[in-house]
Write a protein that binds this ligand. Sequence first.
Ligand code: FAD
Length: 550
Amino acid sequence: MGTGLDPDTLGMMLEAITEFAVRELPDARLIELDEADEFPEETVRHMCSEALGVQLVFVEEDYDGMGGGAFDVYRVCEHLAGIDLGVATSVLATALGSDPITVGGTADQKKRWLTRIADDGALFAYGATEPQAGSDLAAMKTVAVPVGPDGAATGYLITGAKQWISNGGVADLYTVLALAPGGPSWFVVERDTPGFTHGKHEDKHGIRLSNTAALFLDDVEVGADALVGGVEGQGLMQAQLVFGYTRLMVAAFGLGAGWAALDRAIPYSVERIQAGGPLAEKQGYTHKLIVPHAVRLEAARAAIEETASRIDGGEGALTTEGAVAKYLATEAGNAAADAAIQALGGYGYTHEYLVEKIRRDVRITTIYEGTSEIMEMTISRDRWQQHLKTRGAYYHDQATELEGLHRRRPEVGAGTAALAHHALAEVLEACRVGRLTRNQHVLLRLGQLIALAEGAAAFARAAAVALDGATPPKAGSRLAPPALAAASRINARDVALAVATDGVRWVVGAGGAGHLATLSSGVLVNEVFAAQDGLLADGDLVADHLYDRA
Ligand SMILES: Cc1cc2nc3c(=O)[nH]c(=O)nc-3n(C[C@H](O)[C@H](O)[C@H](O)COP(=O)(O)OP(=O)(O)OC[C@H]3O[C@@H](n4cnc5c(N)ncnc54)[C@H](O)[C@@H]3O)c2cc1C
């Protein structure tokens, strides 16, 4: 990862993407390509050429790229997803496919392959998933058998199959995960290598503009220099290293697609007259179909931006924070797109208005790059360890920090977010005492509550920074500081209520009824209910801002 673009360069890139999209991917063409189930190869190659150069953001400067950081990549991915998630996926696949080389390749390998992305616009595909190995990659069967005289591997013969590979039928280069004698390893395979074929373009529910295909490898011979990093057995570690950052890319997809849906619903509701007035003026409409989704999306944005800034600041891969961001943003994007169909009524259900396409497209974001359930597991396992290591203090400590923020900035809902964190600590402790995480369902539900609580904390911090007038120049917030603060208050209320009520529910539901008395007082349920005061007024404030009538 590079050190990052300056704000002007990022701004120019985002503008150039918009201009490109207006010219080459207007709504009518998107509908046509979606209906024809067609990958617009020429358009995507054009985007990754001098005409636009979007691929350069993902490549380090040493290899002729622009050296975008995690924050830049998030902004570009959000922007691409707002145009078309299939096209965005094709660009993502190149970044993803080259990531094992970026994190694990030798200097020669980086020079050889990364410069091909920057200079020639080469498209990559990332071949990890197999028919029998999806979430559980360790179950993979593709093998790489060393060949060469006297045990010295001068090359490998790769045999196996890969499933659901983005750019699978159209890429120039492929990174393929295979089991070598030393363990899972990444190999770079050129498209026309003998024995290497691909399946048909899959007929999918959504992202129909993205080419997805199976890969088949039958004694595909590659040189020893195709082994990424030159040492066997590094593959899963290399895949893990890029997760914090690639999950942020998919998080940005959920965010961009969710906002794209709301950006169609909001103007529609201004024009659409029912019962004597525009839908935009009906509180039962805006406060159900628009406001809560803008709130959830902006909470997710705060989690994405905080994680991206920390990655760029050198804090490492931050895989758990990346998982939190992906989980929140993709679930919020799905909910927003679904609500947008409802917001357009019968029109929303037709192809012409595009919200149903966005709904189908965004559906993939909770599946690829780790499903939502795998995110819940990842988040829960990591934070469970923190809870144990700190003897239950982890979330109480976070709550104390939020209480400090609340004293300084009472407008941002940090006090309510603190209630969520105290409740979380109590629920985790009841689970520890009752040994309830033996139930996988409890473990995964805790993952959801943890993600919500951490998102609420990130949102309160971002809203405070905005009120301080210190929003980072590359930030992408859609709300002005007072509306952002109101949105953060709404989100903190939702999250505190979810943690307090669902948390107790899962403890009792898993046989922990004996903890009920301690828990009911520990989760401060009355305070959580009292904190709901002002909920509708804040909804009005956010709606007024979204409809430009503030
Ligand atoms: C359009 C598309 C593009 C893709 N692009 C790529 C690509 O470019 N490269 C690539 O390598 N892969 C790609 N994938 C694959 C994608 O990453 C996998 O589909 C995903 O990881 C899930 O694996 P699976 O489909 O085998 O589902 P499974 O792992 O079988 O999961 C099925 C369901 O079970 C749940 N589940 C799984 N394990 C557990 C568990 N232990 N506990 C509880 N629940 C569990 C999952 O959450 C899910 O809901 C793509 C997939 C699609 C559909």
